[in-house]
Design a protein around this ligand. Structure first.
Ligand code: NAP
Length: 216
């Protein structure tokens, strides 16, 4: 398969690219700096250099052409509002419009558990981030594309354990980025799971089995 990752320079995006390459897939992605492109090319990843906020659906579409699926995993992680609005918000909508222009039907979005961090006085910028993520989920879920939204719980940087909990509703907990990336790779290769929101956290079910259990 050919997979285009928006956010390929990020932690989840980079781990996902590595797993897909290990599986024999072609991986391409969007980065914003030349040195990021060079590092990805050395790993066998085709990279296009552009500032996401400067792109339109028309200018992004040619980069997506030929992909079987677009994965959107870029995000501000609750940083400055301007970046959140541009990357977690507008950027997703641009990619969502660009995919059909490029002839790509499948669109996989990494979102967030909406109730993550509730009651922790997260501050206005993080509240804004959750609001933007939720609104974008609404728009993606109403699109005509073959969409899939994955909402992980708190992401942590530790080795994956290879087991997860995956279903339409999960409690907020935490999960390693590695396990998120392996789950994404499995979901990409399971086209029967489509037009669904799935929540993901650490758990006790082997990843491939957890994915198959969500096939309708
Ligand atoms: N943190 C959590 O606990 C949590 C929980 C659930 C879901 N999520 C979501 O999971 C996704 C992946 O997270 P991650 O940990 O892999 O994130 P990450 O390592 O911080 O990577 C973020 C990606 O977004 C890009 N990006 C950020 N700001 C940008 C900007 N202003 N313009 C263009 N690109 C920009 C980064 O590009 P550069 O490399 O160029 O900076 C990078 O590719 C995000 O959407 C996040 O919201 C996070």
């Amino acid at each position: 398969m050919k997979i285009f990752i928006i956010g390929v320079s990020g932690r989840v995006g980079g781990l996902l690219a590595a797993h897909l390459i290990d599986r024999g897939d072609d991986v391409a992605g969007l980065v914003r700096r030349d040195e990021q492109r060079a590092a990805l090319v050395a790993r066998g990843i085709t990279a296009h250099v552009a500032e996401l906020a400067d792109l339109t659906a028309d200018s992004l579409a040619p980069m997506l052409a030929g992909a079987d699926v677009v994965v959107y995993t870029a995000g501000s992680n609750g940083g400055a509002r301007e970046a959140t609005a541009a990357i977690d918000g507008e950027g997703v909508l641009i990619a969502l419009d660009a995919a059909p222009l490029a002839g790509v039907d499948r669109f996989l979005l990494v979102s967030v558990l909406p109730e993550a961090g509730r009651g922790q006085r997260l501050g206005d910028d993080v509240e804004f981030y959750f609001a933007v993520k939720k609104l974008v989920d609404v728009t993606v879920s109403m699109s005509d594309l073959d969409w899939l939204i994955l909402r992980p719980s708190l992401l942590v940087d530790r080795p994956g354990i290879g087991t997860i909990s995956l279903s339409p509703a999960q409690p907020h907990d935490e999960i390693s980025r590695e396990d998120v990336a392996v789950t994404l790779a499995e979901l990409i290769h399971e086209p029967r799971i489509r037009r669904r929101i799935l929540e993901l956290t650490q758990g006790s079910t082997q990843i491939a089995r957890a994915v198959v259990a969500n096939v309708p």
